[in-house]
Design a binder for this molecule. Sequence first.
Ligand SMILES: [Zn+2]
Length: 265
Amino acid sequence: MARMPGADYRPVVNVHKNGVLEHRGLVLHVQDGTGSPYGWFNQTSSQASSDFWVGTGGTIEQYCDTGVDYAFAQAAGNPYYASVETEGRPDTALTAEQLEGVAHIYAWGHSAFGWPLAVVDSTTEHGFTYHGVGGEAWGNHPDCPGDLRKAQRPAVIARAKEIVGTTSGGGSVSLAHVVAAARKDPGAAQGHTTHRSEVLVVERALQAEGLLAAQWVDGSFGTKTVTAYAALQRRYGFSGADADGIPGRTSLTRLGAAHGFTVTA
Ligand SMILES: [Zn+2]
């Protein structure tokens, strides 16, 4: 059961059991109201629910088995993204306590499901997106969660990075070193390492993305890591020779932005 520590678990009837197809990230919503929506979410006539709700005072409620069952918050987006309702109105910002609560939810999802620590304005990319971007397919709520809350997503992600501890631990990675490792390590003896510490930073990020199993996070850019990196490149929209598993500047910089490391030459 995927229950978030620190959240008040209050399961509701409006969920689709075992409906989750993919762990792309989290969708930010605004309640456009006040008070816990538990009662509304727990009556079948409403056909409404979310994974989480964060009150203005920072209280977190969780309404379903996140990552397994999906809630009814964003129509066609439900099988792919979890959802967080935030108390208040579209023309008001998240309180500091709410921002902290959403950041803790995101940090938990990053660890539990590999949600990248990145803001996206998308219905397909992995990261922290928002309801209105989904248009008709996501239920036609263009004003959810409102411009003020949308603009707070980078601050939520920055705080989530602090919570998961990648801001200080990431450091910098040399593109030339990582490319050299990706060319040399697969053909060398098992476990051969070329630039171990930098490769480890990249491998931890690939693991957090859900693309590399923990046993291959070993500092050697071997065939498993090349395969994982190729999957990342495809996720970022590359194909053919641009998705061969050898890091390029664009993909590595984007991976670093999501996982707290910088890229040098
Ligand atoms: Zn919404």
